[in-house]
Design a protein around this ligand. Sequence first.
Ligand SMILES: Cc1ncc(COP(=O)(O)O)c(C=O)c1O
Length: 363
Amino acid sequence: MIASPKPRPGILDIAAYVGGEAKVEGVDRLIRLASNESALGPSPRAVAAYRALAGALHRYPDGGSIELRQALARRYGLDAARIVCGTGSDELISLLARCYAGPGDEVIYSRHGFLMYPIAAQAAGATPVPVPETALTADVDAILARVSAKTKIVFLANPNNPTGTFVPRDAVRRLHAALPSSTLLVLDAAYAEFVTRNDYEPGIELVEEAENVAMLRTFSKIYALAALRVGWAYCSAGVADVLNRVRGVFNVTLPAQAAAVAALEDVAAVDRAREHNDIWRPWFERELVRLGLAVTSSVANFVLVRFPAKPRDADAAFAFLKSRGILTRGMRAYGLPEHLRISIGLEDEMRAVVDVIAAFLKT
Ligand SMILES: Cc1ncc(COP(=O)(O)O)c(C=O)c1O
């Protein structure tokens, strides 16, 4: 018998990431609230920039994403040389895990943190270490208690997906101050632009001060370009050098770079998206509480909601919503089987989801 190729040890232990559903047979108008995508959609300027490149598809993109990095540097007051763009921030999460952790090393993440962290750690051959949370929020002291000489990376999604909670600036600083300088702190601020709290800071300050911090951002959320897969890291020169050695040479496509630059320049579109979220997330949270459901207070563009016991549990709610064309996200993979995560959509979508949940609770 011919032996088939075997992947490295541990690869087959990975439970593949399962994204939100996007289709339901027989339903024409779907309400898609499963993937924390933008409610309002992209800036028309970004769409125009994307379309304008239709005649240049035979050209390779700029492998260094120079214009995009310069636009990011201008917009956020950063050093362009220490920005690295990626095929979504997912690519950067995987690369950081692969470059800084391996067999025998540990990668810490909070228990209900973004699932790509343990997947990326396992793919790198490292051991993912989930740390318990307090009130569905990353717990700095619990994380520090688990740090050892083996800890190569601490991943902190801030705000966190799927809980929607965040760790305030001072607590992030306390976490960083107590970490060994050999441990990389990755602050994944995918939802930063939605946060309106003055005790929040996405990680720029710490990146400017320390060699062992990387901040990750994305164009998939408030900039509404999830289909194009653009993310970026801001980090020390040393970390940027490492990422630039291993990333795909042409990892961000030409139309994606152009659309991202245009999206960045359309500040009014981002403001509209934030204002929409500031109205409809609190409205949705209030409505859910009015229906008697437990809601985790969120600072992002989604809400984690807890359902009662059978027969009105989260699985039944998911199926009921889906049968009416509303897609939400089940949370079993995150260790939160009693919950659904529901993204903030348009006004009529939010009203529809509240009506359907109300009907479900009366079944
Ligand atoms: C916390 C967090 N980080 C990263 C990502 C990945 O984003 P991207 O589309 O840039 O790969 C997501 C997407 O849901 C996320 O929630």
